[in-house]
Write a protein that binds this ligand. Structure first.
Ligand code: HEM
Length: 195
């Protein structure tokens, strides 16, 4: 089992954190869209609390990811990739990190401004340090909704690019993030004399 990222593939912790976030978002988005349409009542309240708790889990996993990435730089882009594509990939990755942190921050601030509780899986509640303000809460809710749309677009771009690498360019970019992806179908790293 490979723990550290290498030049050719991601290690197990980086893969687990990546697919963990993907799974959490796969639950958080449909839950967010579903819960806002529910009528007022216990089901809505519980759905909101679950959404908030999972959002806080996303925050913890993202912080872990950043810490791990800082100690474990990702494998480089495959050799021969045009520089605008490298730039686009770097931009998408940073934008994903940025918008995810922003989304969690907006969610927390919105709940505080609405004076709504944030209970983490019924284990503890976050104390509200902000003065409630309904107007600001509404504004933050709109921002949370738009940032959600931006994240969905970035994920579509990110996943589309991974599939393009795998099926069209036929390199190892997707494989090196997969737990059981055999290494180097068409490895371009480390660069060879022919690259
Ligand atoms: C990455 C993490 C998160 C994602 C992807 C996410 C996504 C979403 C989505 C898609 C919606 C539906 C918005 C709409 O109606 O268009 C929503 C609503 C909501 N989210 Fe999040 N969310 C996240 C984190 C959080 C956190 C951490 C909190 C609070 C602690 C939170 C609180 C809320 C609340 C209160 C609503 C309902 C807004 C309303 O009723 O106007 N979210 N979220």
């Amino acid at each position: 089992m490979q723990w550290q990222n290498s030049g050719a593939r991601y290690g197990v912790p980086a893969q687990t954190l990546h697919w963990g976030i993907a799974l959490l978002l796969l639950i958080l988005f449909p839950l967010g869209w579903y819960m806002t349409g529910l009528p007022l009542g216990l089901e809505k309240f519980e759905a909101y609390q679950l959404h908030k708790s999972l959002g806080l889990v996303v925050l913890s996993v993202m912080l872990l990811r950043l810490a791990w990435r800082w100690r474990n730089p990702p494998p480089p882009a495959p050799a021969g990739l045009p520089s605008w594509m490298r730039l686009a990939a770097t931009f998408t990755h940073f934008a994903l990190y940025g918008t995810l942190f922003l989304q969690v921050g907006l969610g927390i601030a919105m709940s505080f401004k609405a004076n709504a509780p944030i209970a983490f899986f019924d284990l503890f509640s976050l104390p509200n340090p902000l003065t409630p303000d309904k107007k600001v809460a509404e504004w933050l809710s709109t921002a949370h909704s738009w940032t959600g749309n931006a994240i969905v677009s970035l994920i579509a771009l990110h996943a589309g690019a991974a599939l393009w690498h795998h099926f069209v360019r036929r390199d190892d970019v997707l494989r090196r993030m997969l737990p059981f992806g055999a290494n180097a179908r068409n490895s371009s790293y480390p660069p060879t004399k022919t690259d």
